[in-house]
Ligand binder design. Sequence first.
Ligand SMILES: *Cc1c(COP(=O)(O)O)cnc(C)c1O
Length: 432
Amino acid sequence: MLHSNLSVNNAGHLVIGSSDVVELAIKYGTPLYIVDEDRIRENCRKYKDAIAKFLAPGSAVLYAGKALCYTGVYKIMVQEGLCADIVSAGELYTALRAGFPAEKMYFHGNSKPDDEIEYAIDVGVGHFVVDSLEELEKIDQYAGRKKTKQKIFLRLTPDIDTHTHRKISTGVLDCKFGTPIVTGQAEELVRTTLQKKNILLDGLHCHVGSQIFSEEPYLQCAEVMVDFIADIYRKIGWLPAYLDMGGGFGVRYTENDPEVNYEKMIENIGATLSALCSDRGIPIPALLLEPGRSIVGDAGITVYRVTGVKEIPHCNNYVAIDGGMTDNPRYTLYGAKYTMLLANKAKKIADYKCAVAGRCCESGDLLGEDVAIQHPVKGDLLAVLTTGAYNYSMASNYNRIPRPAMVAVCGGEDHLAVRRESYEDLLAMDTL
Ligand SMILES: *Cc1c(COP(=O)(O)O)cnc(C)c1O
């Protein structure tokens, strides 16, 4: 199977961890997100072990919660000892309520509203990753009012093209994120920051993109950042204790995607960083990494009930399901490819070519085209693999469709992690 936590049992049913997917679908209903929490922990440990082995002291892993955000996932992160990358006060609140320490959170985002900045300072967020002069000034002013000194990183754009999809490429010059180095604006922002009384600048941040399979962009990025650090150090004597190189490690969605050896990538990034630093004569900063997708992506699958099959001569076969772009917008957004199969016929041959159609009133609401699955009939269970990241966290209520439940499996046990939305939930915010 695509991932080592997936298998097929004697009944011909898909199994995730040690749990029968057909039984879970019957017990909890469909559509259903299933998340293998053992797999999440395994992925966390891969990162932690590699960082301890190959990187300078103080280096750390930040889980990027935007990939999959629910209370339970932050409880895992507390137990596994990771830090957290949060992008909104909503994510911050979720993490706090799960018992995640504010001190270990890094508040990201290119457009933080003033009230969210104040809230984060009030609860003692560890770091802000500052994206603009306006944000810097707001933090300085509010930290002053609260008589604290706020730790921050500055987000810079290294101008690296990752050749990933434009909508998930974030390190190029012409981009809404960060402050460019080549234009001189980054240097100016560092100088301005160092004059702020209520701010402690102790790191620099960059993030080149997402779903990246080669270490090349990270190595290029390390070179740009180290050159910048060495240049600033020569000019004004300031050195960052931390270099945060963001997330973006790729995961396998189909057999065509390579298997990524994260340990090897981290080893190479660490070695390159040390070599660059010693060559430029600066101390090696502690390195932070912010994986999201590669922590939770392969831990999740989604199961749908087939509602019908429409075969149009000389055109597509459409297999309709009871979910779609509301629970997984990634195909509609950027043509993301997935591996799919019928969970109740997993041993049968997958030779039925089709498009998988969601239930929304949009012809673009598809989960895939040119997909090969087992021969489907109404009532079958379609499993979409590798949906742990950017599915539940991107879900919507378009067409007033309630968001699915999410069940967590671990060691053959299962429990509800997020309950299914009810019709009442859909009206909860309406004032009648
Ligand atoms: C999206 C994002 C991440 C996580 O990216 P993945 O591809 O899920 O690993 C990390 N850091 C920042 C700043 C991001 O925007």
